[in-house]
Every structure is written in structure tokens, then in C-alpha cells.
Design a protein around this ligand. Structure first.
Ligand code: ADP
Length: 177
């Protein structure tokens, strides 16, 4: 059977409010929480998420989760089954790190598929504290998801925090695949 790429949807909102099988956290390599999406997920999801992150650090990621990789924990009190933590690259003007940003989306979807998730919600990874320009971040996100065939994932939802992020993703979605 040929696999098809998931349907891509856009919503303006808060990732912590999403009902989805998995939501993706724009984590940092320590897995111990931070600002932005990361802070919001831990605040609202409760201590169970951090406890699993600490256990993952102890068992596998003593040096931190490498940039571009993804790992799953419980979603605690959130309206999702799983949180998938991925570490986006910090934007750089001297080096092209696009492949690492694409890897975050691809690896998160691979983990989601392993977990049997049908719906996956993503924030705009790296476009906050890590400084990635929104337009370029949106193009990389949309292109990578379009190229992914990751059954049983059927819906990829980008959850955009403000109007300009929504507009950037809308424009990326309208451009040819
Ligand atoms: P990074 O460190 O990967 O840049 P951030 O969490 O700082 O991650 O920001 C990633 C993007 O998520 C930014 O565009 C930011 O505006 C947005 N954002 C921040 N909080 C939320 C939230 N609660 N839900 C969805 N998006 C959010």
C-alpha cells in the first residue's frame, strides 16, 4: 500500500490547549524545561512530564538530547496522550542549519508514528527564543511534513501563537509542494 502524506491544518492558538494524540514541545537539549512553549507545557502538564524527562536524561541523554532529535513522554494533565520533545537549532547567519530544523519535524513524526498517533500538533519550532525567521521556519516545516509519509499519522496541525505566524504558515501552505 502506498502511504500518503498527512493532511496539514493550521490553527491560531496555544499548543497546551490542543486535543491531539501527540503535541510537540520546542524543548532545549537539557530536557529540564525552559521558556516559551517548553515552559507552558511543563506548567500546564504538571510534574509528571518533568519526572519522565529527568529519567530519560539519566538513562539515555546525560549529555543532552541532540539538536534535531525527538523523544516522547507522557502528556501529564494536558489534553494529549504524549508530548514529543524535540530540540530545534538556534538560528545562525553564518551556517545553514535548515537540515537540523527539518530533522526536528521528521523525527517528531517518526516518534509519533511509533506511538500510533493519528493527530500531531506542532508549534513553530525554533522561531521564538532560538531566533529563526518565521517565514523560513514555516517553509521548512510545511515542506518537511509534506514529504513525510508516516502512517498512522493522518493530521499534522500547526498551532500558531500569533497572526504573523499564522500568515507565514498560510503562505507556505499555499505555495506549490
Ligand atoms: P524555540 O526555543 O524553539 O525558539 P519557543 O518556545 O521560544 O521555541 O518558540 C517557538 C514558537 O512558539 C514561537 O513562534 C513562539 O511565539 C511560539 N509559542 C510560544 N508559546 C506558545 C504556545 N503556548 N503555543 C503555541 N506556540 C507558542
Amino acid at each position: 500500500m502506498t502511504q500518503t502524506a498527512p493532511t496539514v491544518t493550521l490553527v491560531r492558538g496555544d499548543i497546551t490547549e490542543q486535543r491531539a494524540d501527540a503535541i510537540v514541545n520546542a524543548a532545549n537539549s537539557s530536557l529540564l524545561g525552559g521558556g516559551g512553549v517548553d515552559g507552558a507545557i511543563h506548567r500546564k502538564g504538571g510534574p509528571e512530564i518533568l519526572a519522565e524527562c529527568r529519567a530519560l536524561r539519566a538513562s539515555h541523554y546525560g549529555k543532552g538530547l541532540p539538536t534535531g532529535q525527538a523523544v516522547a513522554t507522557t502528556a501529564g494533565r494536558l489534553g494529549a496522550e504524549h508530548v514529543i520533545h524535540t530540540v530545534g537549532p538556534v538560528h545562525s547567519t553564518s551556517e545553514d542549519r535548515s537540515a537540523l530544523l527539518a530533522s526536528c519535524y521528521r523525527e517528531s513524526l517518526r516518534v509519533a508514528a511509533e506511538l500510533g498517533a493519528r493527530t500531531v500538533a506542532f508549534p513553530a519550532i525554533s522561531t521564538g527564543i532560538y531566533g529563526w525567521p518565521m517565514g523560513d521556519g514555516a517553509r521548512i516545516a510545511v515542506r518537511t511534513v509534506r514529504e513525510a509519509a508516516v502512517a498512522p499519522v493522518e493530521e499534522v496541525r500547526f498551532v500558531l501563537f500569533d497572526d504573523s505566524a499564522y500568515a507565514a504558515f498560510e503562505s507556505a501552505l499555499q505555495s506549490p509542494a
